[in-house]
Write a protein that binds this ligand. Structure first.
Ligand code: CA
Length: 226
């Protein structure tokens, strides 16, 4: 069962949403200000956040921004304002969707289902075992083996290899890799990617005498092994 957090300072709206969502079979928690909302949104058992934009203590934008530093759980922004710049801002800082009040509850429910499904799909994809030739990466146990032999990688090396293997045969630009492997924690320079690619080559390609990652000149990298 999915748990939804409603962050909304207008009690009547919060109460209506709570009733509707409970009726749909969701577990529901509520917060009446941005600070409490952020605290609760960061809790593991919250699967999706309905986030009002105009909130006391911390604005919805700020809550979303801070939440995104630690989590990619779905956020649907709610606002009374039909303001395009707020909308763009909300999506820019990582909200998944946006609804302008007043909205039809059926539409909100539909968007909640879409957002939860997307997240589930992403999680399943992230936990799938990846294999390329003798190289096997298992996200559940966080291990990489080559021909059954354990390859010790740091967390970032692991994440990078996972992303490369999941996109085997595709040319991936440095920006793409930075964005998807380093995500929110790092607004960095693309040298970082080159450094980590060289770590992987040092730990996999050299000892096992194979070529896993091809450099695509002026563009980026491509996983080609297996
Ligand atoms: Ca409000």
């Amino acid at each position: 069962m999915s748990r939804i957090l409603i962050v909304e300072d207008e009690r009547k709206i919060a109460r209506t949403l709570e009733l509707e969502l409970t009726h749909e079979g969701y577990e529901v928690d509520t917060a009446g200000d941005g600070r409490t909302g952020l605290e609760k949104a960061l809790q593991e058992d919250v699967d999706l956040v309905l986030l009002d934009l105009m909130l006391p203590e911390l604005s919805g934008i700020e809550v979303c921004r801070r939440l995104r530093r630690e989590s990619d759980k779905p956020v649907i922004m709610l606002t009374a304002k039909d303001d395009v710049s707020d909308k763009v801002m909300g999506l820019d800082i990582g909200a998944d969707d946006y609804m302008t009040k007043p909205f039809a509850i059926e539409e909100l429910l539909a968007r909640i289902r879409v957002a939860l499904k997307k997240r589930q799909g992403r999680e399943e994809k992230q936990s799938a075992v990846l294999q390329a030739g003798k190289l096997v990466l298992d996200p559940q146990s966080y291990t990489v083996t080559f021909d059954g032999e354990n390859v010790a990688l740091t967390k970032k090396e692991f994440d990078l290899l996972q992303y490369l293997m999941a996109h085997k045969g595709q040319v991936l630009s440095r920006d793409n890799l930075l964005e998807n492997v380093w995500e929110y924690e790092f607004a960095g320079d693309s040298n970082t990617v080159d450094v980590y690619i060289s770590y992987l080559r040092h730990k996999i390609d050299q000892p096992y005498n194979i070529t896993t990652i091809q450099t695509v000149r002026a563009v980026g990298y491509k996983f080609i092994y297996g």
